[in-house]
Design a protein around this ligand. Structure first.
Ligand SMILES: [Zn+2]
Length: 477
């Protein structure tokens, strides 16, 4: 690791982000433009994200399967809106085994179409419903402007695809998964999110309605962190997914799809990170606590190391690492683990051995404020409690930051100023023109329209026409 300081967030947020990812060894650039290599530390973080989500999916009745990477090009052309939405982003395979293929194959940008095709074969009767399948996979979208974790040509994600007998069930499922994402984001990633419906312009190609969770990053830009789509009968009709109902009548299914991706790692970096580097929420951190032994000579080392080993053994219930590197000094190690965002550092030196204590340093509170000295006895309970406290503190801090940067503008002029450094929450009539005008004037887009609003009728912030809902407007990644 280089000892050079990161650019600060206020100096250059985007450079801070790029350098942090490299220096914390989360990911690197691949030889193909726009692709990324996820390094072991970044992948360990992704595995923890996967594990938590996978448990939540299974707890709501879903099962995992794997569908192929290559999809006949004609499949994408079956749903009109879908093909229009994805055409420019498709990677197409035209040669295989040295021969020109009869039908070109696309590298999946998402699996709606091939799963639709399979569902039409598998679903025959109302007894086969609902089908609740998820897959963990990689997908390819030929993006022109890429950023590590936020937008890459190939990325990792999960995509859930479900089929139901009724419109109501499909809508319930769509919202259930949106809520599942929100619970994961808030409980495990410590990222507060706003749930809502996407506008027509921002919705998924081929969906009847799309919903998202939106999070505010450290530069106040919004990041769409997960989406859930009600596909109505659009894909069922395109792929002929039909079932015989109880009256022996043929009906089209109602389908949904929902996904989150390695983008969530970008969300974690930009929600919690500071000028020293990454800060990971304890529940997802690959290393929750690092033990740094401190000694100046062999004599001190013989004193310190047995205590270090004993403490590490007592902390078996948490993800702990002993940094016993001898080629670097403790100061270097402190900076290194700060950069990598390990939530808690445990220092053990000769004085601690003498006193029967250890020094704890919180990553989220640098310097003296985050430091405490606790007895070695009962260390496991102390550390567990402190990790829970850090998890909560990160969430509370993110909520406070977000709420301080969301305002309700009195008029359109105020909105224009507000979205330069925050989000605006305002009445919108729903017209494409008003939405386009905001985007043109400010670069801010409609993030989402929260459900169950208790706001009553008002006037559109742009045109003054009657509006029944408020929407969030912000610049976004
Ligand atoms: Zn309007």
């Amino acid at each position: 690791m280089s000892t050079e300081k990161l650019p600060t967030r206020s100096e250059n947020y985007s450079e801070w982000y790029n350098q942090l990812i490299q220096r914390a060894e989360l990911a690197d650039y691949a030889p193909v433009r726009g692709c990324m290599v996820v390094r072991p530390y970044g992948w360990a973080l992704w595995e923890n994200i996967q594990q938590s989500l996978d448990q939540r999916f299974k707890a709501t009745g879903h099962v995992n399967a794997a569908f192929p990477l290559l999809i006949p090009k004609s499949f994408l052309e079956k749903e009109k809106e879908h093909v229009e939405g994805f055409s420019p982003e498709l990677a197409v395979v035209t040669i295989g085994g040295g021969q020109e293929l009869e039908e070109p194959l696309v590298v999946r940008p998402t699996s709606e179409t091939i799963i639709g095709y399979m569902y039409s074969k598998w679903i025959k009767s109302y007894r086969d419903l609902p089908v609740l399948i998820n897959q963990w996979a990689n997908v390819v979208r030929w993006e022109m402007r890429t950023r590590l974790f936020l937008r890459t040509l190939e990325f990792y994600w999960q995509e859930g695809h479900t089929a139901h007998a009724t419109a109501e069930e499909a809508q319930e499922e769509t919202i259930r998964m949106l809520d599942t994402y929100a619970a994961f984001a808030e409980e495990d990633a410590a990222i507060p999110v706003i749930r809502g419906r996407k506008s027509e312009v921002e919705k998924f190609a081929g969906a009847v309605a799309s919903y998202s969770i939106e999070a505010m990053m450290g530069d106040t830009k919004a990041l769409q962190s997960g989406t859930s789509h009600n596909l109505g009968q659009n894909f069922a009709k395109a792929f002929d997914i039909q079932y015989l109902d109880k009256n022996n009548e043929l009906q089209y299914c109602w389908t949904t799809s929902w996904g989150v991706s390695t983008r969530l790692i970008g969300a974690i970096i930009m929600t919690h990170g500071d000028d020293q580097g990454l800060i990971l929420p304890p529940r997802l951190a690959p290393i929750q606590a690092v033990i740094v032994p401190i000694f100046k000579n062999d004599e001190e080392k013989t004193l310190v190391m047995p205590v270090v080993q004993k403490i590490a053994a007592e902390l078996a219930g948490i993800r702990v690492k002993v940094d016993d590197r001898t080629e670097v000094n403790p100061g270097f190690k402190f900076n290194d683990w700060e950069m990598r965002g390990v939530p808690l550092r445990i220092e053990i030196g000769p004085k601690d051995v003498e006193k029967g204590s250890v020094a704890l340093a919180r990553r989220d509170k640098p310097g003296r404020e985050g430091k405490s000295f606790v007895p070695q006895a009962g260390i496991a309970a102390q550390v567990a409690a402190l990790l829970a406290e850090i998890q909560q503190a990160l969430y509370d801090r993110a909520v406070a930051f977000r709420d301080a940067h969301i305002q309700e503008p009195a008029d359109y002029e105020a909105l224009k100023v507000m979205v330069q450094d925050g989000w605006a929450y305002a009445y919108w009539c729903g017209s494409l023109d008003c939405e386009a005008k905001i985007k043109e004037d400010t670069k801010a887009t409609t993030r989402c329209i929260p459900m169950n609003q208790q706001v009553g009728p008002g006037k559109c912030i742009v045109c003054g026409q009657p509006a029944s809902d408020k929407a969030y407007f912000a610049k976004a990644y």
